[in-house]
Design a protein. Structure first.
Length: 107
């Protein structure tokens, strides 16, 4: 399965558009990550725990997108768009990743 943000796949021709596929993943971080991230805010530097949460959410969203495309018999998902949003309160941060693209057959 080819997953791409481009509208085409080099060397391949789109023979059928099978429809839009979407996935939404919401992951939470925990209080300890939030605490250590707030320390990083004061002293500077990258926040590895949050980077891992973002990477995991993106990986899950793309995996779910791929699974939905396979159900349609697709060879690829083109034009993929990833959107990120954080939802948080005082005690917890939630990360939402939405992935959308077009499932296609290639020739």
């Amino acid at each position: 399965m080819i997953l791409t943000t481009t509208p085409t796949v080099d060397g391949k021709r789109v023979t059928a558009h099978l429809g839009i596929v979407s996935s939404d993943v919401v992951l939470g971080s925990n209080v300890f990550k939030d605490f250590f991230a707030s320390i990083r805010d004061w002293v500077g530097g990258r926040v590895g725990s949050y980077e891992k949460v973002f990477a995991d959410a993106k990986r899950e969203a793309l995996g779910e997108l791929e699974a939905r495309a396979k159900e349609l018999g697709a060879d690829a998902v083109i034009g993929i768009d990833l959107d990120y949003q954080t939802i948080g309160g005082d005690s917890k941060m939630l990360l939402m990743v939405a992935a959308n693209g077009t499932a296609v057959k290639l020739g």
